[in-house]
Design a protein around this ligand. Sequence first.
Ligand code: GCO
Length: 424
Amino acid sequence: MPAFTFPDDFLWGAAASAYQTEGSNIHNDWHDAERKEQQKPPGKRRLAECCSDACDHWNRYEEDYDLALEMGIQMHRLSIEWSRIFPAENEVDRDAIAQYRAMMEALHSRGIKVMLCLHHFTIPRWVLAQGGFENRRLFMTHFERYLETIVPAVGDLVDYWLPINEPNVVPLAGFFGKLFPPFKANFLAFVKVYRTFFTMHARSYRVIKAHFPEAPVGVAFAFMHFQPYNPGNIMHRWGAAFANRAANLCFFEAVKTGRIGFPLGLGDTIPELRGAMDFVGLNYYTTLYMKGLRPVEKKPGDLVTDMGWILYPHGIYEILQYLGRSIDLPIIVTENGVATTDENFRIQYLEAHLRQVHRAIEEGVPVKGYMCWSLTDNFEWQHGYKMRFGLIHVDFATQQRTIKAGGRWYGGVIRENGFLMLDV
Ligand code: GCO
């Protein structure tokens, strides 16, 4: 009956983002894209539904944080919605800043640490109108103004910073994979936008450090796990290796050296990127099989989640090993979780991944915490409300919250700082 016990100072948390939970965010690119998609017949829509009220977390955060406390959550990851702070180019909403302060104070008053993200996918409508991510120079002028406004205004309440969520995902999903607005499939646009994210990360790090030199600043990185569909096929192996370079390795190399390598650059530099990281935040969910440069959904016999994502816990171990070997920084798992309505499956999923995290720690990888995605059911981007990632169930008709069996199980893990496995 092996026990999986975690280090004494291990931090257990939950994660969420502003747009996916707050509701009434009406000044950004996603809001507009969703409305546009709704004008199409249901079969033709690329975004399932409108975010609208989401979980009404903006008004119900006290209740959500009470439930987080009931589960024993020690750190909560939230984000600030840029378009609330700057609904228009020359307008700063001080009430919104005050409300974010109140939210973070509400966490602290419950003894819950704050992990704050400053950019989680969305951009203000007026920034998009000026070229968005693709107009890097102008974009960075606006983003820097946002940083200089928000960082000093709330930074005293932040325990861990993750300025950018998944610098690789908007470039991949929005500019190469046609999954997110603006639904492009253009490798050059992907490279250009990814490089905007490099500079966003670097600038954020420097601005935060200028105001709060001691604050730990990381990144929430969707380190994608790629593998050849058929390991005997050289093109499949090449595809997996190329995708790993373009999506993952280039970013970490650039943070280490300041240089941007192939295929995102040719060795040119972003000097302020060098060393711009105090810890690595890892978001992990699944693996992707590659046939050349084409990802393939699954193999016969693979277990998948409601997202259609393959259950592959070993991937988190491999990535933690890689990060431990190649990057000399502490690591926090900043997202891991599952879209399902079957609570036994949720528990199995979390347990299987936590076993792999535990194994990496036993082997010396400095993993300092684990944040489950997500605190509550919420708006899952292109899929809308069908995908239920929450530890807490939300009835979207009544906004009634209920801790799920998976949430109670997770609470037990936090209480015990680990778990027993009866079946191994
Ligand atoms: C992401 C985001 C989250 C998602 C979660 C489940 O990884 O895309 O950080 O916003 O909701 O990962 O897909």
